[in-house]
Design a protein around this ligand. Structure first.
Ligand code: FA5
Ligand code: MG
Length: 509
């Protein structure tokens, strides 16, 4: 273990005080592939011996065959950049792809058209402005979003494509499935890259019979199947303060009809997923020769689903759908009645409808009982092999059987924030002057990759005399695939500590 004191002094501090992403990243460059390999193979015994990160951003980066110029806003790590080509939602028999297809089956053509190959590089206009995000919205911060340059970023959600598809999709509906990118914490349900599906349905008030939009929507609602799932929905369809309808554009009748069509559509989707999850569990039991009487409590409990009021800049009224899972309510999607401003931008102000955005990993974790989001990125046959054949035949879906659980290894790192961060720096997630917890998470992911299960703040201290602030984080090293040796865990941790000092300019205690 490196002695912590004096380490910071021994290391060259980051000149600009910002974490900068250092490498030459051109695809095909030998240096890039070497670095990507080193960072993605953190177990290798030379991980700790590899050279510390240089501090210059590349001039250009290549993503899916296109080259982009960077500027000082660039903040994408090689690890994240290397994931832009994975496209798990398109991999045959991958649980994310199977989940996508099951959801698509609930939203059939020709009304719904599917878009599954839209590039992840978008403009700040598409990702934020077109959706009505205010200029000072925290989601725009470099601590939260991966930027290529000031105006160009990796989409943080599939809503970035809504306006474009309102303009071009003529069928009245669409589904977009895609990889999305967020700088975020490290734990079993968060990963910097995940997959979302955006869905939308809209009607043109100039084209519906007799111009009666509400009647047309209600007629379509009547054509949808019903379900007998219990759904808690205690709130009115809209509320003047908490969840207003767009009174200047929609009558109460219209907003209620669109909301009812939206909720039924999404309830049918959840019902489909959980029916398949239940069938999968029953089939696994039958294979093990167990009778239904051996059902666990979790299997026999009725599914609990509820609607809660929400806020998004691009829908009103808005909701989230939550599912009761392992003792807590889990949010699976956000949705609402689309703001008319989006349809107006798309050159179709007479369109009226709804939109939703759902996390595919989150649904796949429920469907396949996958306990850790890192597993989706595994190329281990013990993971991928469990889903083979299920893509073409959903009756072959079975709950995931974890491979043996490997021991955890906790290590703490304590450090002083730099002087300027002492008072104003933020710990829990809101951007501070020059410290953000997501920067720490990014360093940990960069150095130790998928060998880290989670990172938690365990202690926080402000020096009474100097006002300097000290933080202690506990890093839980645990590979999903094998037991890490003490030596390699120590080596990884030493490198995490060194790079925290170097890239974030913190003083290790
Ligand atoms: C959105 O991204 C909105 N664009 C959703 C939306 C679309 C609202 C259309 C209205 C109309 P949110 O940030 O809550 O909202 O993410 C949507 C879903 O993505 C969540 O409900 C969750 O299922 C999933 N999700 C969000 N963050 C993560 C994460 N870090 N890891 C895995 N899944 C996530
Ligand atoms: Mg949300």
């Amino acid at each position: 273990m490196i002695g912590p004191r004096g380490l910071a002094a021994a290391l060259r501090p980051c000149v600009c005080g910002r974490p900068s992403t250092p490498f030459i990243l051109q695809r095909g460059s030998p240096l890039r592939s070497l670095l990507v390999r080193t960072l993605r193979a953190p177990y290798s015994s030379d991980a700790a011996a590899s050279p510390p990160a240089a501090t210059r951003a590349p001039k250009t980066v290549e993503i899916n065959g296109k080259t982009y110029a960077t500027d000082p806003w660039f903040n994408i790590s090689p690890t994240v950049l290397s994931l832009t080509s994975r496209k798990l939602h398109l991999q045959k028999d991958h649980p994310v792809a199977i989940t996508r297809k099951i959801i698509e089956s609930v939203f059939p053509g020709p009304t719904y058209q599917y878009y599954n190959e839209i590039d992840p590089v978008v403009s700040t206009h598409e990702n934020f402005d077109s959706l009505g995000f205010p200029p000072d919205h925290p989601g725009r911060a470099r601590s939260d979003t991966y930027y290529i340059n000031k105006d160009t970023l990796l989409r943080t959600h599939t809503s970035a494509h809504e306006v474009e598809l309102f303009r071009t999709a003529q069928s009245g509906g669409f589904l977009i499935s895609a990889d999305v990118y967020r700088r975020d914490e490290v734990d079993r349900s968060h990963y910097p890259v995940f997959h979302q599906m955006e869905g939308a349905r809209f009607w043109d008030r100039n084209k519906v019979p007799n111009g009666d939009l509400a009647a047309a929507v209600r007629e379509d609602l009547a054509r949808l199947p019903t379900h007998n799932m219990q759904v808690e929905d205690p709130n009115p369809p809209f509320h003047p303060d908490r969840n207003p309808l767009q009174a200047e554009h929609h009558t109460a009748e219209e907003a209620s009809a669109v909301a009812a069509h939206l909720k039924r559509s999404l309830e049918l989707m959840v019902n489909e997923i959980f029916s398949r999850a239940k069938a999968a569990a029953a089939a696994a039991k039958a294979q093990q020769g167990q009778t239904p009487a051996a059902e666990s409590e979790a299997d026999s409990e009725p599914l609990r689903v509820r609607w809660v009021e929400a806020y998004f800049p691009f829908t009103s009224p808005s909701w989230e759908l939550e599912v009761f899972h392992e003792g807590a309510w889990l949010e699976v999607l956000g949705c609402g009645v689309s703001k008319q401003a989006l349809h107006a931008q798309a050159g179709a102000p007479s369109q009226v409808g709804w939109a939703f955005g759902i996390g595919l990993e989150r649904v796949a974790m429920l469907l396949f009982r996958i306990p850790d989001i890192r597993l989706f990125w595994s190329r281990d046959e013990r993971f991928l092999g469990q889903f083979r054949g299920a893509g073409d035949d959903w009756s072959r879906i079975r709950p995931f059987v974890p491979f043996s659980k490997h021991p955890p290894c906790w290590k703490d790192v304590s450090f002083w924030l730099r002087g300027a961060s002492a008072a104003g720096g933020n710990v829990k997630g809101v951007a501070g002057a020059d410290w953000h917890v997501n920067d720490l998470m990014e360093v940990v992911r960069d150095v130790a990759g998928d060998s880290v299960e989670d990172v938690r703040l365990v202690d926080e201290f402000t020096h009474p005399a100097t006002g300097r602030r000290s933080l202690c984080y506990r890093i839980n090293y645990r590979s999903l695939e094998r037991t890490l040796t003490n030596a390699e865990t120590n080596a990884m941790h030493e490198r995490v500590v060194r790079e925290l000092a170097e890239r974030l300019g913190v003083e290790i205690r």
